[in-house]
Design a binder for this molecule. Structure first.
Ligand code: ATP
Length: 209
């Protein structure tokens, strides 16, 4: 089973593309959504209040995501501190999740800052969803009903789209002009082939020894 990372900047269309892979039967681990779940854990709440203070809490003692976002998306160091708490938990959870799907040809982890977090080497292949900034900003404004400046602020903490495209093994252009389904199908076909070849090599190796 191959581990595939699906990345792309905010609003590029990662979840949309992940949805297409999912209709092809591929299992998806949505790391960004999963990481938000850890914000409800008591241990994480304790760690984060130690770092950022009690102003990040709501009256019910839970993390107020808006307050937390207003701190971490204005300051790179704070964002890194938050990630240093959440990333190891998500990584562990992903590795546990993977063990449930050993007979799948490949699995996808969807994560926006896969390159930025230094985890790229953990994947067999990386797919980057590329989208021009102006289009991504418009999409996020529409999706989240937020202002353009907030989107740009978040975007500025992410690596440039073109740098990610250079680093990735596959690039899907999701600019609203090029059809994405044929691009997904082509990558899917490729990954199935590689997965099957690797399985055959393992089987042959086992037979030889
Ligand atoms: P985030 O990093 O913020 O989670 P994302 O990369 O997962 O974003 P999506 O949520 O998939 O991006 O897409 C952002 C918005 O753009 C969504 O509302 C989605 O429906 C829309 N969208 C994605 N791709 C296209 C497309 N090709 N044409 C039109 N709208 C699109």
């Amino acid at each position: 089973m191959l581990k595939v990372g699906l990345t792309g900047n905010i609003g590029s269309g990662k979840s949309t593309i992940a949805g297409i892979f999912s209709t092809l039967g591929i299992k998806i681990y949505p790391a960004d959504d999963e990481s938000k779940k850890f914000l409800d854990s008591e241990k994480v709440i304790q760690k984060l209040t130690k770092i950022f203070g009690y102003s990040i809490l709501s009256n019910d003692g839970k993390i107020n995501r808006r307050s937390l976002a207003s701190i971490v998306f204005t300051n790179e160091e704070s964002l890194q501190l938050l990630n240093s708490v959440l990333h190891p938990l998500v990584r562990q959870d992903f590795l546990k999740w993977v063990t449930g799907f050993k007979s799948e040809p490949y699995l996808i982890q969807e994560a926006a800052i896969l390159f930025e977090s230094g985890l790229a080497a953990e994947y067999d292949f990386i797919i980057h969803v590329s989208c021009p900034k102006e289009i991504a900003i418009k999409r996020v404004i529409k999706r989240d009903q937020i202002d353009g400046n907030s989107v740009i602020k978040r975007m500025n903490f992410q690596m440039d789209d073109s740098v990610k495209a250079e680093l990735a093994d596959f690039v899907i252009i999701n600019d609203g002009a090029q059809l994405v389904i044929p691009q997904v199908l082509s990558i899917h076909k490729h990954l199935l082939k590689i997965s099957s070849e690797r399985n055959n090599n393992v089987a042959t190796g086992a037979a030889d020894s």
